[in-house]
Design a protein. Sequence first.
Length: 412
Amino acid sequence: MLRYSRADLYSEDVPLADIAARVGTPAFVYSSRAILNNYCAYHEAFAELPHTVCYAVKANSSLAVLRLLADAGAGFDIVSGGELFRVLKAGGNPNKVVFSGVGKTAAEVEYALESGIHSFNCESESELALINAMAARRGTTAGFAIRVNPDVDPSTHPYISTGLSEHKFGIPIADAIAVYERSRDLGNLSAEGVSCHIGSQILDPTPILEAVDKVVALAGSLRNAGFPIRHLDLGGGLGVAYRPGEEAPGIREFIQGLRTRLGASGLCIMVEPGRSIVGQAGVLLTRVLYRKKNGDKEFVVVDAAMNDLIRPSLYRAHHEIIPLRRRNLPRITADVVGPICETGDFLARDREIDNVLPGDFLAVCTTGAYGFVLSSNYNSRPRAAEVLVEGDRSRIIRNRESYEDLIRGETI
Ligand code: LLP
């Protein structure tokens, strides 16, 4: 959805320079068409197979983004009471919500039961006991899936790899049947499914498929043992291309790969994609403040920083940086850095980019996922505005924070 027309960069049919001028920078801009296309790619590829695409709210939890997906029929994967609150505010259907996460609190479980969510993805026996007790108190039955840890290596950044036995996530797959067996003694639980999520930004889906085979086999054994098991939740994790020439798996091909493995299972298939739905739909707009040279090193100082986009600092992640208006000047090699007082505050290092001048606008690409949601007020910087593009229109979906917003709730 991002393209140049002559010298100007557009999101759908809106010149991004117009948004930067109107809304200011830094600002995140999302293409609604890109988000919906990605959602539909999942939904349509499942075709006749019973399924729910539960968008992983953590990737981008802005209300307008959630509303777009809710209207398209999406379910939601949440990991906190706050995310549930957002989903409900955005008009999401609680009956299509799954609640993941290793540390759900009693208050969060209560809120989820009261809202009537579809199912809990449970990660420990103590969590099962808590959910059972709270469901009993309400006189209801809670649906659950155990998140199993299949011990496969997703080959991704160690911070976002979750499916190895050394990680905190899930219950080892070898122990799962015993845990389901013990759950029979808990009267207010119903074993609705099995879940699994092995990591994020996975560019080769082979390990996901390997995990799926293990989970399907487990679901079969559980059904034979008399558990209801109606769904498999296969998590998220499909990667996107951040660098030019990087190959990311196609959503449709990936789901077709799943279908051939799952078609005969008779189970409803759930997936929890985040990044592959919103990642490429977003850009972060920023303005060049200064150019400077320290010795031989060239710096482009911009008005977005690690508080706006932490992925380069935290994961050494690569985001393409391109101008909103191309100039025909020789390219330069520079560090693109923000105003924050840390050497770790950079958006790119030793990067060949267009020759830009103070006042020029740049787009930091593929920042629709894990961009705004990971932003902070570090250095007392107000958080960025967010804009949604729909065809030839754009609208602000979150105002830029003010200085007053920065101190809201504080007392001296
Ligand atoms: N389901 C569960 C249980 C998860 O933990 C995650 C992501 C997802 C689904 C969605 O995964 P996705 O489809 O987006 O890969 N902040 C990191 C990514 C952290 C991912 C955490 N869990 C980053 O910026 O790369």
